[in-house]
Each structure stands twice: as structure tokens, then as C-alpha cells.
Design a protein around this ligand. Structure first.
Ligand SMILES: Cc1cc2nc3c(=O)[nH]c(=O)nc-3n(C[C@H](O)[C@H](O)[C@H](O)COP(=O)(O)O)c2cc1C
Length: 276
């Protein structure tokens, strides 16, 4: 087992002193990395069933469980999904399993009708609860898969062409994708990607983001030292150019300088989901 100090160094690029106890769950979570390279090896149904049970073991708002998961193994269907995300070729198609994690407000609506009750919560709060339920289930799935030696990568890019994606999976009213997830046996070790330090992300007692200005440059340097952002991964180079050192904060702010997926609200509306 790696020692805790090396795991924390992997996560933050910082030397942190600690005597906290380590166990295999903490080790696996601290070692997380998204996997974008897979072996030509299938994932058996029994293992998948256990991983799905782990996903369903996540907490859910009021235990309403407002999410669904579609498991896609069929190569033709996976290739139709792959066509929607050409930037992820060829590793995306190599993953033997693709899962779609979906917010699902349809199930309770159907049950309300069946039981003769009004349904009075087609609103932003329900949307948020369903999205959070689906995200927690996906994260539990990721942790479980990684603990079994599998690799995963969440895919929000499927939302770039969300209408076509919904058609491929036959998503009905009240069901919306939060993200896809590739699953397979990793063909690579990779390095953990450096996270923002706790001094920026974690606030004690009350919110205070005073450390951002003083700490962000050091974070940018650590992230760059771990894995420089290559020209091909630098955002909107037509507008901002290619930089020899394109830092995390430069690339993140470049990314959000242009609207992403402006069609999403219209998609939700088309599925009968209101954000009132
Ligand atoms: C909701 C969500 C959507 C994501 N979508 C994509 C995606 O479309 N394509 C991709 O290559 N990675 C995607 N990722 C993976 C992130 O890029 C990755 O988690 C992040 O860079 C941190 O790296 P790590 O997971 O290896 O620690 C997504 C992650 C999340 C949580």
C-alpha cells in the first residue's frame, strides 16, 4: 500500500505531513484517475451487477431515487454513441461497457398517476435532486469500479448532441442525461491529476475565498509541473492563441469564456422538465 504522504502528494503536488490512518478505501479514492485507454477485455455481468448495486447504495434525496442507469454493451449502439463524440476516438469505442447516468423524474410521476395523487413538483428543486442523485450513484460506481481494478471516465460530451443521444437510448419524457461513463480494464497507469489545495476549496466555519489570489499561481505551477496542458488540449486557441505554459486557471477561464451547451434548457423543456 502506498503511504498516505505519497498519496496526498499525488493528489495535490504538495508535501503534507500526516499521521492519519490509511486503509484500502482511502487509498483507492486518493489514487483516482480517469481512464482513457482500455484493454481488449470484457467485464463480466456478475461483477457489473455488484458495481451497479454499489451505485444504488449511494444516498438519494428522501430515498426518492430519482435516477436511472442505462448499460450499453451492444457494439453498434456504442459506436452510434461514439459518433457523437468524435474527439474521444479511439479509446471511447475500446471500452467494453458504456453507461448513461440519468436524472429520472418520470418514475415518481408515473407512480403518482397510478396512485391517483397530484404531481406538484415539476420544478428546479426536483431537477437538482435528480441530478444530484444520479451524480452520487455515478461516483459510487466509479469508486467501486476502481476498487476492483477497473477504469472509468465520465463523459459529459454526450450532452453536446443531447437530442441524438436521447434518441439512441430511447429516453422518454422526464429523463435526462447527466453524464455517460466508459468502463473497462485499464491499459495504462497514468498519474493522478493535481487538485486545487484545500486552502482554496475548503472553508472553515464560514465562506472565505481570500486565499484564491495568493494561492492560485502556486497551484497552477504544481498542476503544470505534473502535466503541462498540450497545445491540442488548450481551449479556444483561435481566440487566445497557443501558450508554452497554459495553466489550469488560464485554460479553465478560456473554457468558460464561451457558452457551453446553450441548448440544454430547451432539451429539458422538450422532455417536460421545468426549471421554475
Ligand atoms: C460530470 C463529468 C463530466 C466529464 N466529462 C468528460 C468528457 O466528456 N470527456 C473526458 O475526456 N473527460 C470527462 N470528464 C473527466 C474529467 O476531465 C476528469 O475527471 C478531470 O479532468 C480530473 O481528472 P481525473 O478524473 O483523472 O482526476 C468528466 C468528469 C465529470 C465529473
Amino acid at each position: 500500500m502506498d503511504d498516505l504522504a505519497s498519496l496526498l502528494h499525488g493528489r495535490y503536488g504538495l508535501d503534507l505531513k500526516t499521521d492519519a490512518p490509511l486503509n484500502p478505501t482511502l487509498q483507492s479514492i486518493l489514487n483516482h484517475r480517469s481512464c482513457r485507454s482500455y484493454l481488449d477485455r470484457s467485464v463480466d455481468d456478475e461483477l457489473l451487477q455488484v458495481l451497479l448495486a454499489c451505485a444504488q447504495s449511494a444516498p438519494a434525496k428522501s430515498n426518492l431515487q430519482q435516477y436511472s442507469i442505462v448499460v450499453v454493451r451492444d457494439p453498434d449502439r456504442r459506436s452510434r454513441v461514439a459518433d457523437l463524440v468524435p474527439g474521444l476516438s479511439p479509446w471511447f469505442e475500446k471500452a467494453p461497457v458504456f453507461l448513461a447516468f440519468l436524472g429520472d423524474v418520470r418514475r415518481i410521476r408515473r407512480l403518482a398517476e397510478k396512485r391517483g395523487h397530484d404531481y406538484a413538483n415539476n420544478n428546479a428543486d426536483t431537477f437538482m435532486n435528480a441530478a444530484v442523485d444520479a451524480a452520487l450513484a455515478m461516483q459510487n460506481f466509479i469508486v467501486a469500479a476502481e476498487s476492483a481494478g477497473l477504469g472509468t471516465c465520465p463523459i459529459s460530451m454526450i450532452r453536446n448532441r443531447i437530442d441524438e443521444f436521447a434518441e439512441i437510448l430511447n429516453l422518454p419524457d422526464g429523463v435526462f442525461p447527466i453524464a455517460g461513463l466508459t468502463l473497462g480494464w485499464p491499459d495504462w497507469g497514468g498519474m493522478p491529476s493535481v487538485r486545487l489545495p484545500q486552502s482554496i476549496v475548503v472553508h472553515h466555519e464560514t465562506y472565505d475565498d481570500g486565499a484564491l489570489d495568493t494561492e492560485i499561481e502556486a497551484h497552477d505551477d504544481r498542476a503544470h509541473d505534473r502535466k503541462p496542458i498540450k497545445p491540442g488540449s488548450q481551449r479556444h486557441t483561435d481566440r487566445y492563441g497557443v501558450l508554452e505554459k497554459c495553466t489550469w486557471s488560464e485554460n479553465a477561464t478560456r473554457q468558460l469564456s464561451e457558452p457551453e451547451r446553450a441548448h440544454f434548457t430547451a432539451f429539458l423543456k422538450s422532455k417536460g422538465i421545468e426549471l421554475k
